[in-house]
Design a protein around this ligand. Sequence first.
Ligand code: DCP
Length: 219
Amino acid sequence: MEKKVSEKLPYTVFIEGNIGSGKSTFLEHFSKFKNASLIPEPLEEWKNLNGINLLDLLYKDPQKWYMAFQSYVMLTQIKNHIGLNEKPIKLIERSIYSGQYCFLEQMHDNKILETGMYHVLQDWYNFIYEHHKIQCDLIVYLRTNPEIVYKRMKQRGRTEESKVTLQYLKDLHNHHENWLIHGKFNIPAPVLIIDANLDRESILKEYEEAEKMILGENF
Ligand code: DCP
């Protein structure tokens, strides 16, 4: 894979992986590097849009709320993708790509999202994709077993996710695999795969590999 901090600044990395795969922990790891700006997922905005918890509504009544939820997710993500950045490296948790190629596909496959709604969201996505330059230099894929992330999700106990089943995580895993391993959809940058089944101590070595790629050996 080609390296690192190139002339095209900021060097932008998307962190992808199943629910509970450790994306936030990965991001936190980079907080010690002063030339990287870290952009966590705008989860709080999804949980409080003028007092409305869209994430909660999504899981309570997905047929009714998925369309509104996903279009808001896409809006908040695109703001982060095109937002100005003074540091030379930008690490972003998730992207509109996983929204489109993993979550949207899954909801459509499972018939939670009507085909008409699916096409509306696809058209929005295509419009955004064509009209905004979304810098993407590397995708870090935190690859996990669904059983492991299911356990982690249960342990973390995010109230909104209490209804998420192991089957949902298995399907979501397959969508990530179809996209990032089997190339079913557009992969906008090289993919660095990290074994994110490892526990916190053992995963540090894998993180170091990512550090080298992202920050360069001379950092
Ligand atoms: N979500 C969704 N559609 C998206 C992005 C996220 O439905 N396009 C949902 C799935 C989760 C919640 O939002 O219920 C947050 O999921 P993430 O996997 O993005 O974030 P985590 O907090 O689970 O990440 P990690 O545990 O890896 O740090």
